[in-house]
Design a protein around this ligand. Structure first.
Ligand SMILES: [Zn+2]
Length: 215
C-alpha cells in the first residue's frame, strides 16, 4: 500500500511505497494527491510553531495545557539536579554551568513522570470500563504521532509531548489507543466504540489537531 504524509512543522512530504512498485504507479499516486498535499502543507505550516525554549529563568512552559513560569535554582553542593513543582511554578534545581540540553532533559524527566501518572489513572479507569486486561505502555519522544498501539506486543507508546497538551486530549489519546485493541482501523465501528465512552471525542481530537508536537 502506498502512503503519503505531510509532517510538521515545515510540511515535509513523507511517501512510502512497497519496494517493487512501478515508478509510474508511484508518480500517479502522488500526482493524484497533489492538491491534497498542497493543502496539507499549508495547514501544517500555518499552525503556531512551538517556541524555541532556552529552559532558563522566567520562561513559560506548558504542563497539560496550562502555562507555568520556569524558575532555575542552583543545587547545594552534592545535591542532585531535580525538579520541583508547587502548583504555581516549575523550578529546575540545576548544577552550576548546566547546559541547555541538561536543563531540557531535566524538564523532560519531570514531564515523563507527570504524564506517566496521568496516563496510569486514565488507563486504569478505562481498563475497568472496558473490562480488559492491563495494557503495558511506554512514554517516548515521537515526531509525528501522539500514540501508537502495537497489536503484536499488545502495548502502547505515548508521545512525551502529551505532557504539554490539555488533559482532555491526553484522555482522548488514551482511549483512542486502547480502542485499537478491538478495532485496528479508524472505521465506523472504531468511532462507535469511542463514542460509547467519550461522546465528545471529536472536539477533543479537534483541539489536539491545533497543537504542534514540540520536538
Ligand atoms: Zn489510531
Amino acid at each position: 500500500m502506498m502512503r503519503v504524509r505531510v509532517l510538521p512543522p515545515d510540511g515535509t512530504i513523507c511517501a512510502t511505497a512497497p519496494r517493487w512498485s512501478p515508478r509510474k504507479a508511484v508518480i500517479e499516486f502522488l500526482s493524484d494527491r497533489y492538491e491534497w498535499m498542497q493543502k496539507a502543507i499549508h495547514k501544517v505550516q500555518s499552525r503556531p510553531r512551538p517556541i524555541q525554549l532556552n529552559y532558563s529563568e522566567g520562561e513559560q512552559v506548558l504542563l497539560f495545557g496550562t502555562p507555568y513560569t520556569l524558575h532555575t535554582q542552583l543545587v547545594v553542593s552534592k545535591e542532585k539536579a531535580h525538579v520541583s513543582f508547587d502548583g504555581q511554578s516549575i523550578t529546575l534545581h540545576i548544577k552550576p554551568d548546566s547546559s541547555r540540553e541538561a536543563r531540557a532533559a531535566l524538564l523532560q524527566s519531570f514531564y515523563k513522570e507527570r504524564l506517566s501518572m496521568v496516563v496510569t489513572v486514565y488507563m486504569n479507569d478505562y481498563q475497568s470500563k472496558l473490562s480488559c486486561a492491563p495494557i503495558p505502555f511506554r512514554i517516548l519522544r515521537r515526531k509525528s504521532v501522539w500514540g501508537t498501539y502495537n497489536v503484536r506486543s499488545r502495548s502502547i507508546i505515548f508521545n512525551l509531548a502529551l505532557a504539554q497538551v490539555p488533559l482532555e486530549c491526553v484522555q482522548y489519546v488514551v482511549l483512542h489507543e486502547m480502542t485499537h485493541q478491538y478495532v485496528h482501523a479508524h472505521n465506523a465501528e472504531f468511532y462507535q466504540r469511542m463514542s460509547a465512552f467519550m461522546p465528545d471525542w471529536k472536539q477533543r481530537r479537534a483541539t489536539l489537531k491545533t497543537i504542534s508536537i514540540a520536538h
